[in-house]
Design a protein around this ligand. Structure first.
Ligand code: GLA
Length: 408
């Protein structure tokens, strides 16, 4: 019997013998907290203490992928310095398998595009100090319909993934026969837990059944939106849809507004800075979606901004919220460890520049606190210290991002 179970027993017995109300309520408290621990630990894979960081093939390559792209991407993630910044997962999305399983029921890597197999790819990616992710679907076929899904094959596929050395599974929701994700996803959670290898579990049911309400028991992240496109409107609307679930994000389980489009060419530099800043402050998975083998210096400056990444990876793990909205102006803020606060001043309008002021009362800083402000995109600590509020003038479709640190 584990120590905590012994303790529960002792307390229950003590309550019975002495009839003491306080011992009884103490025993109830311990039992309840054991229950909480049990519920929290249904997904006891120990992963996702901070939002996952890495790359995924879908946004840039769609179905046109092969093992060479994956290997070269792993090389580039290391050679560009992205790996050192924390990007570790190299995730293969849809279209990596043959349409038919083999006669033993195994998923078969597509011979024309992944001739060496996934195990060899995992070995290669691991040899670079990175991790390999893969994709399947809680339905009969994946969304592309070009490969099978895992519905009815969960145990088998989870074991296959573990035997290949897979570290991350994105699990999609297409062609599911109409049953609820809350029925289909737990089967894969259990299968992964029994597969003998910690595998980050990314639920991708697009926010259909409000997965923030149940996702933490089943996975390490859950999509809150439909697919992102490489446009300003698509990007900010994913951010909005994701924001309403802020209270549900915490270490071990994160809201996922979909993967990054930075570097794919559909937005301006300022818009991509807004994109990366909102994803970071929202504790979203930072999954790069461009071709990192051929990215520009500008793209690297954005996805490689260590100060912004540090906000995303802060150990407190609290997702920022919109704390004020006035017309085109928005203020997003969230606490960080060591009494710091991350703030984003956002101009959503497309034509005017505005001065934007964040008030301490809005962003949760005690009124008389004096802070130092670090501008995360200028990489400068402002000379002036601030008390009560901070103001900046912000261009259209642009933002300013600060970390505010109380001055002793
Ligand atoms: C769905 C997912 C996408 C991507 C595609 C692949 O649309 O939401 O992120 O995985 O399927 O077909």
């Amino acid at each position: 019997m584990g120590k905590s179970k012994e303790l529960v027993l002792v307390l229950v017995l003590a309550a019975l013998v002495s009839g003491s109300a306080s011992a009884a309520s103490e025993s109830r408290r311990v039992i309840e907290s054991e229950g909480d621990v049990y519920r929290r630990n249904l997904l006891a894979n120990g992963l996702g203490n901070t939002p996952p960081m890495g790359w995924n093939s879908w946004n840039h390559f769609n179905c046109i992928i092969d093992e060479k792209i994956i290997r070269e991407t792993a090389d580039a993630v290391v050679s560009t310095g992205l790996a050192k910044l924390g990007y570790e997962y190299i995730n293969i999305d849809d279209c990596w398998a043959e349409i038919s399983r083999d006669d033993k029921g195994n998923l078969v890597p597509k011979k024309s595009t992944f001739p060496s197999g996934i195990k060899a790819l995992a070995d290669y990616v691991h040899s670079k100090g990175l991790k390999l992710g893969i994709y399947s679907d809680a339905g009969y076929f994946t969304c592309s319909k070009k490969m099978p899904g895992s519905l009815g094959h969960e145990e088998h596929d989870a074991k296959t993934f573990a035997s290949w050395g897979i570290d991350y599974l994105k699990y999609d929701n297409c062609n599911n026969g109409g049953s609820k994700p809350t029925v289909r996803y737990p089967v894969m959670t259990r299968a992964l837990m029994n597969a003998g290898r910690p595998i980050f579990f990314s639920l991708c049911e697009w926010g259909d059944l409000h997965p923030a309400l149940w996702g933490a028991k089943l996975g390490n992240s859950w999509r809150t939106t439909n697919d992102i496109a490489d446009t300003w409107d698509s990007m900010v609307s994913r951010a909005d849809m994701n924001e309403v679930y802020a209270d549900y994000a915490k270490p071990g389980g994160w809201n996922d507004p979909d993967m990054l489009e930075v570097g794919n060419g559909g937005m301006t530099k300022n818009e991509y800075i807004v994109h990366f800043s909102i994803w970071a402050i929202s504790k979203a998975p930072l999954l790069i979606g461009c071709d990192v083998r051929n990215m520009t210096k500008e793209t690297m400056e954005i996805i490689g901004n260590k100060e912004v990444i540090d906000v995303n990876q802060d150990p407190l793990g609290v997702q920022a919220k919109k704390v004020r909205m006035e017309g085109d102006i928005e203020i997003w803020a969230g606490p960080l460890s060591d009494y710091k606060t991350a703030v984003l001043l956002l101009n959503r309008g497309s034509s005017s520049r505005y001065p934007i002021t964040a008030l301490w009362e809005d962003i949760g800083i005690p009124p008389k606190t004096v802070v130092e402000a670090r501008d995360l995109w200028e990489h400068k600590t402002l000379i002036t210290q601030f008390v009560g509020n901070i103001t900046a003038t912000v261009d259209p479709h642009a933002s300013k991002m600060y970390v505010l640190t109380p001055v002793a």
